[in-house]
Design a protein around this ligand. Structure first.
Ligand SMILES: NC(=O)c1ccc[n+]([C@@H]2O[C@H](COP(=O)([O-])OP(=O)(O)OC[C@H]3O[C@@H](n4cnc5c(N)ncnc54)[C@H](O)[C@@H]3O)[C@@H](O)[C@H]2O)c1
Length: 278
């Protein structure tokens, strides 16, 4: 059996529930999983809410619908779910609609997140701290809390990947609410691996370096730093002097969900070009 076919067989007739799927890394994970045979529930904020503190442009309904069209173009089913990860109720409804429309949930990719402007901790506005924790940490809790009961119905081969950050392994200054939230995600993934192991369900976290996505656009706008300077800062903090790309994170997520990684759980997988080792 070729390596490629081993991965293929993991995903046929499976359903992935992906938050932050309207663009960027979430979109990429959805498209790759669809290419490999999975149907996908695409969860993003769309038109059901907005982010203030900081003012933040999230994926639109049109962007979400266009990812769904791309998935359908690959011959797979796509369900668009506009939901705010800050709402426990909306996430319970999102998971229920995924099961109703697509039959089951096999995989969870908790990927939705925001960033913020750089500031020392003692100058951070409490409302910016709160928004960050609500989306980047509590939002992940709401996601897994809503989805896991559906995974437990038939746990064999099910898996979760929580998206952290390189800064959850090696902290950076002036973004402490983001760092704290992502350290929390790392802890949540470890706790879930311990809780779900007895059921045969795996949970891992992936920790990307800085990548050129709309999150970088937000960093450019919030901090007034030119994009190329930001990308150069990412590179200079790494052992490998090239910017990590979205597809590199997708490859890690897909492998962790695949049956090839069937004995891999509780792992904190850095895809950070050596950032955390420098
Ligand atoms: N881009 C980077 O440099 C980088 C580095 C390390 C980790 N990450 C993490 O990767 C993940 C994906 O980020 P990305 O780079 O693709 O950025 P992105 O901004 O393109 O994608 C994030 C998605 O999350 C959605 N989202 C935000 N708030 C939401 C909410 N309340 N409810 C539902 N959806 C919401 C956005 O609409 C967007 O589609 C995030 O968790 C981010 O923290 C990014």
């Amino acid at each position: 059996m070729s390596r490629e076919s081993a991965v293929d067989e993991s995903f046929a007739s499976r359903v992935a529930f992906i938050t932050g799927a309207g663009r960027g890394q979430g979109r990429s994970h959805a498209l790759r999983l669809a290419e490999l045979g999975a149907d996908v529930a695409l969860v993003d904020l769309g038109s059901v809410g907005s982010v203030s503190s900081p003012t933040y442009a999230t994926a639109t309904r049109d962007e979400l619908n266009s990812v769904a069209d791309e998935v359908r173009g690959l011959g797979r089913r796509a369900l668009v779910v506009e939901a705010d990860v800050r709402s426990a109720e909306q996430m319970v409804d999102a998971a229920a609609s995924a099961v109703r429309e697509l039959g089951q949930i096999d995989y969870v990719v908790a990927n939705a997140g925001i960033t913020d402007g750089f500031a020392p901790t003692w100058e951070l506005a409490p409302e910016n701290w709160q928004t960050m924790i609500d989306i980047n940490l509590t939002g992940v809790f709401h996601t897994v809390r809503a989805a896991i009961p559906h995974l437990l119905v038939e746990p064999a081969g099910r898996g979760l990947v929580l998206i952290g950050s390189g800064v959850a392994i090696k902290a950076v200054p002036n973004l402490s609410h983001y760092v704290a939230a992502k350290y929390g995600v790392r802890g949540l993934a470890a706790a879930l691996a311990a809780e779900l192991g007895p059921y045969g369900i795996r949970c891992n976290s992936v920790h990307p370096a800085g990548i050129n996505t709309e999150m970088t656009t937000a960093m450019v706008e919030l901090n007034g730093i030119p994009r190329e300077e930001l990308l150069e800062r990412f590179r200079s903090g790494q052992l490998l002097q090239m910017n990590v790309e979205i597809s590199d994170i997708t490859a890690a997520v897909v492998w962790l969900l695949s049956d090839e990684a069937r004995f891999v759980t509780g792992v904190e997988l850095t895809v950070d070009a050596g950032e955390s080792k420098k």
